[in-house]
Design a protein around this ligand. Structure first.
Ligand SMILES: Cc1cc2nc3c(=O)[nH]c(=O)nc-3n(C[C@H](O)[C@H](O)[C@H](O)COP(=O)(O)O)c2cc1C
Length: 389
């Protein structure tokens, strides 16, 4: 129902995206895409490249007429502003693969003779295109009151304590923090952790949470492996460069507890069934419960380190040390914004699958009729039924 493709190399002229499946009638301008693109470019520990690119802008080149989507594929273009530095330049070949990158694995797979061929497409510069696509999907979700936000929980060994803040407070405070951490103490500790790693010529990873609010119950499905929403979300997060772990709700913490300590009990005292807690993180049976969808993602430390790593020069066959390419020291705050984009895309897809429709105006009344879990939404009786005759 909704799909997208991206194309483009890290230092090539531009990044491209095509999004298909957005219904007709959604108001959309290039200004809608700017805030998320800007949020992806900042954070303490970001290398010099983002500054040299300045503010990314996405051009809408197809699928929108007179400021409104027409149901046709939406074409997006993001110019790489630093491409001019590369155009026409002879670049010395790169023959020493860097551990933790696609340098070697992609060269072996595709038969490259220069590791830059690997680097150019493997680079997370591609995530700018995903963020633009995510911003389109965010606009669609907003039509139904849905909100997606993120914040950083851990960088290296520094962590944040956020139990006393609700999700909206966390989202708001994260925007004001250089490391996207909602708490002041957490921000300080994370900044210090990054500063120390930079001084030690090293890099860091961390953990962020992406949360979706105001979801209706019933998105996703239990009926097939690839329709379970947890599977879709995990795949989307794991598709982001350097993401190596995903939890829904308190996934790994719950695994260490007993059933009665984990599963969210029901309450129906006001005529609507609600869960008394949300340890499940908003999904049961691969379907949204209507509670916040909480996704926790682990990012490995940045692979490019100022400290040389042992490698081999593939041109000479001799042992060699890695050479430094300009790079972030920590990208967790930026990656959280990419995580938001991916969650927006997955949620827009399951929303479209649930509601169908070619136009926004067809979707809206269907959305308003979704059952919310009131006791009279259920048509159940006590009569025995013969299942298999
Ligand atoms: C937003 C973002 C920015 C990134 N920036 C860098 C970077 O500056 N330097 C680097 O070595 N890796 C960076 N990475 C991670 C690499 O792209 C990634 O580790 C590499 O392509 C290998 O893929 P893999 O880690 O998934 O195996 C970044 C990832 C994200 C999500």
């Amino acid at each position: 129902m909704l799909r997208f493709l991206t194309a483009g190399e890290s230092h090539g002229p531009e990044l491209l995206a095509i999004v298909e499946g957005i219904p007709a009638g959604l108001a959309l301008t290039e200004a809608d895409l700017l805030p998320d693109l800007a949020r992806r470019q900042v954070g303490f520990g970001v290398g010099p490249r983002m500054k040299s690119i300045e503010q990314d802008e996405a051009q809408i080149v197809a699928g929108v007429l007179a400021g409104v989507t027409i149901g046709a594929p939406i074409g997006l273009r993001i110019i790489n502003r630093d491409h001019t530095k590369w155009k026409g330049q002879a670049v010395p070949p790169m023959s020493v693969p860097r551990p933790g990158h696609a340098d070697l694995s992609a060269a072996l797979k595709y038969g490259y003779r220069d590791l830059r061929f690997s680097l150019e497409r493997a680079s997370a510069r591609e995530t700018a295109a995903r963020v633009a696509v995510g911003a389109v999907c965010r606009k669609l979700l907003a039509e139904f009151g849905m909100i997606v936000g993120s914040y950083v929980m851990e960088i290296g060994t520094a962590s944040a304590e956020l139990e006393d803040m609700d999700f909206n407070q966390r989202f708001e405070a994260a925007e004001k923090s250089e490391v996207r951490c909602p708490s002041k103490a957490g921000t300080e500790a994370m900044r210090e952790e990054i500063r120390a790693a930079m001084q030690a010529k090293d890099t860091l990873g961390g953990v962020f949470e992406v949360v979706a609010l105001n979801l209706p119950p019933g998105l996703g499905s239990h009926v097939h492996w690839d329709r379970r929403l947890g599977a879709r979300v995990a795949a989307a997060m794991m598709s982001i460069h350097a993401m190596k772990g995903v939890e829904i709700g308190r996934g790994f913490r719950n695994a260490r507890l007993r059933g009665t300590e984990v599963h969210d009990e029901f309450d129906s005292s006001d005529g609507r069934i609600r869960r008394q807690s949300n340890r499940a993180g908003g999904l049961e049976g691969g379907i949204t419960t209507g509670d916040p969808l909480i996704v926790r993602v682990a990012m490995k430390p940045i692979s490019t380190t100022l400290t040389p790593r042992a490698s081999v020069d593939l041109a000479s066959g001799q042992p060699a040390e890695t050479r430094y390419e300009r790079s972030d020291f920590c990208s967790v705050p930026r990656a959280a914004v990419v995580g938001e984009a991916m969650l927006c895309i997955v949620l827009a897809e399951v929303l479209l699958r649930k509601l169908g429709g070619d136009t926004l105006s067809e979707m809206k009344p269907r959305f308003d009729q979704l059952p919310l879990g009131r006791l009279d939404d259920f048509e159940m009786s006590n009569e025995p039924i013969i299942f298999w005759d």
